[in-house]
Design a protein around this ligand. Structure first.
Ligand code: COA
Length: 178
């Protein structure tokens, strides 16, 4: 078994993350981005996610093989305890339990920062992602039909959500995420 480490990403991880992500942008509908972001853009995304949310990497034997991060669900004020999460593993490192470990760490971190709800959108079909989210306690919200167009076809996106941390009690706002 490789020695597995999950840690906060740094700017030095941007190249590895860009390399992991690029084939998903150019060759799949898993992401609706079509132009793979360059290393500088990944560096910017890492820093931005870490300001208010999180950006974690998974290392096997010192090599970055996956990453997971969160960002705002929507910008309006009342959404500020909610976040959107995302995860990508290198194609040859999938199906070995790494996604689950990395997602657990991400969700724990977000709960610790004060977020109360995580949401994720999955282009259909994506059995691995569907299974991962179900295993992590995400519940179905619904499916947007034909909401994206890529590679000459329209695609459905299924959304799921999962509470984080303590349940929200009506009557007063939860503490602000930090
Ligand atoms: C989705 C992804 C992050 C899952 O990570 P992973 O390391 O492959 O998954 P794990 O080995 O941790 O397995 C997590 C669960 O998914 C299931 N699973 C993993 N790969 C699967 C596959 N190809 N088909 C069906 N189920 C699969 C596992 O059995 C496990 O479920 P269980 O706990 O109920 O047994 C990874 O496959 C990936 O990076 N895929 C491409 C990018 C992607 O789809 N990202 C999500 C965008 S919404």
């Amino acid at each position: 078994m490789p020695e597995r480490v999950i840690r906060d990403a740094t700017a030095a991880d941007a190249a590895a993350c860009a390399a992991i992500y690029a084939p998903y942008a150019t060759g799949t509908t898993i992401t609706f981005e079509t132009e793979p972001p360059d290393v500088a853009e990944l560096e910017r995304r890492i820093a931005k996610a870490q300001e208010r949310y999180a950006f974690l990497v998974l290392e096997d034997d010192g090599v970055v093989v996956g990453y997971a991060y969160a960002g705002p669900f929507k910008e309006r004020a009342a959404y500020r305890w909610s976040c959107e999460v995302s995860i990508y593993l290198a194609a040859d490192r999938r199906g070995r339990g790494g996604g689950r470990r990395l997602y657990e760490a991400l969700l724990e971190r977000l709960a610790a920062r004060g977020y109360r709800m995580a949401a994720a959108g999955m282009t259909q079909p994506n059995e691995a992602s569907g299974r991962l989210h179900a295993a992590m306690g995400f519940e179905p919200v619904g499916t947007y039909r034909d909401i994206g167009w890529k590679f000459g076809a329209s695609h459905d996106v299924t959304w799921v959500q999962r509470p984080l941390g303590d349940p929200i009690v009506s009557g007063e706002d939860p503490p602000e995420p930090t």
